[in-house]
Design a protein around this ligand. Sequence first.
Ligand code: 13P
Ligand code: SF4
Length: 304
Amino acid sequence: MEQTEIIQEIKRLCVEHNALLLAHNYQRDEVQEIADITGDSLALSIEAARAAKDVIVFCGVHFMAESAAILAPDKTVLLPRTDAGCPMADMVTPAGLRALKAEHPGATVVTYVNSSAAVKAESDICCTSSNAINVVKSLAADELILVPDRNLGRYIASFTDKTCYFWEGYCPTHDRLKVADIERTRADHPDALFMAHPECTPEVLALADHICSTSGMYAYAAKSAARKFIVGTEMGILYRLRKDNPDKEFILPSTSLICPNMKLTSLEDILQCLQTMSPVVTVPEETRERAKLTLDRMLAVPRD
Ligand code: 13P
Ligand code: SF4
């Protein structure tokens, strides 16, 4: 089938099944292009929950589709590639988190949405890269357990006087970005601003002009008077940054900023998923109810 035929058929099947096509900001260009909505983890979860649709096709990684299934149990949530996981989410298990909680019984557990439903169910509240600071500021506890990203955790900890305990997980993609990459790129482009995702290491974040979620980067680039930006996150974000800001230049400081999981989903996978209405992502009801509490508490925190 030609690509134009595949796209037409995907669109037809979306109408037939009353399906909403969501794509994370790191998805392949052609997947972002056909999506009804592109966004960061938080925005996509909210859209999944509130859309008047029967089916959500989640072009992203497993924990994102799980969040949609937790928030919208009345909808069928499809993940075109079941092998699209998130290595950072896999670095923490419910048993491991229970052990850390036992060491710090008074601490509130703040869990990054990049985690399984079972880990969320062991937590008190979730956060994403776009609301983490507000979430932490909303909490009364003096002690926090921050799971699973050590880099986001330490970034959050720099905004609070609370005692923080960290899980030593990390995103292999963002962890690959090194100080030397930024220094070299800055030397080549001294007039560029450096925007970084909080999953980058503390040493890299220390060099950033602006630290934000993937969608935060769109907002920052659009409103900034600067013409050049060094982009400290996964390369999929370049597609819309360049499309929306044709007069600005976006530079990737390293060729290794690719998340292989985010790149798995192809147009053919989306078509097959709509033809077969599978694979469906579900969460056992008892886990779902407990995990939903943590997402609901997060969604109740006022946003900027
Ligand atoms: P965002 O919430 O900023 O989209 O980040 C999700 C993610 O997986 C980053 O690696
Ligand atoms: Fe997970 Fe990193 Fe890929 Fe985001 S970029 S999905 S945190 S592995």
